[in-house]
Design a protein around this ligand. Sequence first.
Ligand code: C2E
Ligand code: MG
Ligand code: MG
Ligand code: MG
Length: 296
Amino acid sequence: CADQAMYISKANGRNRYHFFTEQMQQNAERIANLHTLLKQALEQNAFELYFQPIVDATTGLIVRAEVLLRWQHEGQFISPDEFIPIAENSGLIVSIGRCVRQAVMQTIVEMQALGWPMSLAINVSTFEFWSHELQDEFCDSFTDIIEGLGVEDFPYELITLEITESLLMKKHAHLIQVLNELRARGIKISLDDFGTGYSSLSYLANFPIDQIKIDKSFIDRLAEGERHLALIEAIVRLSHALNLRVTAEGVETQEQLQVMMDNHIQEIQGYLFYKPIPKAVFFELLAKQAVISPHS
Ligand code: C2E
Ligand code: MG
Ligand code: MG
Ligand code: MG
């Protein structure tokens, strides 16, 4: 009987092991496959930019937008949460990032010509700053892109770069230099997903940043009770004391909006107002808004 039990458990173990490797194999195949497809997508310019409007809490007017990358393969959207890590691990993110910057800067020029000088936020991966060389290339790319666009005075102040804490954890003097150089041109730096990583409060005081985005997970936990509310209050008070703008990300309900307004968070991004939308739809919204409030 004991022998038999041992035999069964061994067999189970083997089955589990078999299942595990099969799953790993499938994952590896999907990643390799997506990597090939990503490379093709980059060559064929098959990415699309979506825009998620960020509104003023009091007026509901669109004040800026975050640019989010979209990739459709055979009619199916593949989430950036799946393809960005693959692009990062393969180094493709550097070319993808440059493409995004190029397209966003071109859009800023178009919007300015239409009379909508609006700030657009670009997500930047920590991998785009992997080495000193990449950091310098990143910095130089703006000048190259502007040359290509053929504009005299590019409004740098309309670009916001969203970075994450994982970048700041590197703490290189060179990185700080690069961020300062970008800011000297007028580019704004925003700390994305605040409240997720280590959220060291010293980042807020010690790094050259202009803005923080409170992560959705933080907003979601508000419903769980007073302690989470206290955290938001403290973060906002500290940020404002340090002259940092605060944006709330992932606001989905009227109750969450009310908490943000009670805490003097002026900028709201979330499905309660808008989901990410294609450029044409975004432009239609701005055209309508311009008619209603030409001076906002
Ligand atoms: P993120 O920068 O934190 O962007 C916000 C994400 O939250 C977006 O997901 C947006 O669609 C989603 N979101 C905003 N409001 C709500 C809400 O009210 N409810 C819910 N459920 N979701 C909301 P998305 O577009 O899937 O992007 C996921 C992540 O992929 C981004 O997180 C960013 O880290 C990355 N990503 C997207 N585009 C780019 C890009 O061009 N470059 C890089 N490096 N990363 C990108
Ligand atoms: Mg972001
Ligand atoms: Mg975020
Ligand atoms: Mg995120």
